[in-house]
Ligand binder design. Sequence first.
Ligand SMILES: C[C@](O)(CO)[C@H](O)COP(=O)(O)OP(=O)(O)OC[C@H]1O[C@@H](n2ccc(N)nc2=O)[C@H](O)[C@@H]1O
Ligand SMILES: Nc1ncnc2c1ncn2[C@@H]1O[C@H](COP(=O)(O)OP(=O)(O)OP(=O)(O)O)[C@@H](O)[C@H]1O
Length: 279
Amino acid sequence: MRLILPSPAKINLSLWVKGKRPDGYHELVTVMHTVNLFDVLSFLPSDRLVLSVRGNNSLPLDRSNLIIKACRLFKEKTGINPKVSIKLTKRIPVGAGLGGGSSNAAATLKGLNTIYGNPLSEEELHELAAKLGSDVPFFLKGGLAIAYGRGEKLKFFSPANFEILLVFPGFPCSTAEVYQNLPSIKREVAVEDAERLIISPLINENFSELIDNMENDLEKSESPCVKEVLRVKEKLKEIGLKPLMSGSGSCVFAIIKGEKPDTTPLKKEGWWFKFLSAV
Ligand SMILES: C[C@](O)(CO)[C@H](O)COP(=O)(O)OP(=O)(O)OC[C@H]1O[C@@H](n2ccc(N)nc2=O)[C@H](O)[C@@H]1O
Ligand SMILES: Nc1ncnc2c1ncn2[C@@H]1O[C@H](COP(=O)(O)OP(=O)(O)OP(=O)(O)O)[C@@H](O)[C@H]1O
């Protein structure tokens, strides 16, 4: 039997860094929402585990691919050797702060669990997801959530309605490098602050207030990549938008309140962009 699963991208509507932890990770409070830009994972029965990718020539197909990592972890936990051919159609730009790899890993865990008769509970899936990456647990459900801790602790809300312009400037940013180049930050931010500043105006569709409150502390990173991203932000400001970097970059997005802006300057720069909706 064939199983086809969509694997959405996310944006970070805000990301606050509270400080650095003894394990090297950063303590965060961030608000994430999935958007209607999807990779697709298709699972077919096979005599062994095989991964193939369409739409991207540079992604590794070996153990460093998050899909293969998810399969290995599933096998370790359940004792079931996944014999499936997984076809990934890649549409989400890689290294773009859109969580594409994390989303693929979550879809793989869900897909294998469905195919093999749900051997893992929700909690067990969450535990495996957190091992694969800080963003992976969020993608098991998607929609709207505040993520905190290292990003693996979640408080979910009903999905919201909004439109964005998403711009990918054509180069990736390495998440590890962006965090490494962050000046030391100490901030008192709680989940309740994220609810007040972001979730409430979002649910009430008070977009002006929402946009005024949106922040991403990773924009303070001294990584050369983020410096380039700030230039992209400037261009979007010139066309009347209030943009924000998503996650660790390189994508930048802006909430669209009414009429769509004139995108000619973005075309001139040769940047990839799309108008998207929250899903
Ligand atoms: C930027 C975000 O996407 C925001 O949603 C996440 O914080 C990153 O999520 P992710 O890609 O799943 O990240 P991971 O694979 O867990 O970590 C990649 C690298 O980012 C850094 N990292 C990540 C998360 C975190 N809370 N603190 C960190 O310092 C670490 O150096 C880590 O080695
Ligand atoms: N299935 C996959 N899809 C995308 N990237 C993958 C995958 N497997 C491994 N990777 C590796 O993960 C790295 C980053 O991928 P990804 O596109 O998820 O970054 P990102 O969007 O910046 O993520 P985040 O927002 O979670 O930091 C790349 O170096 C890529 O080679």
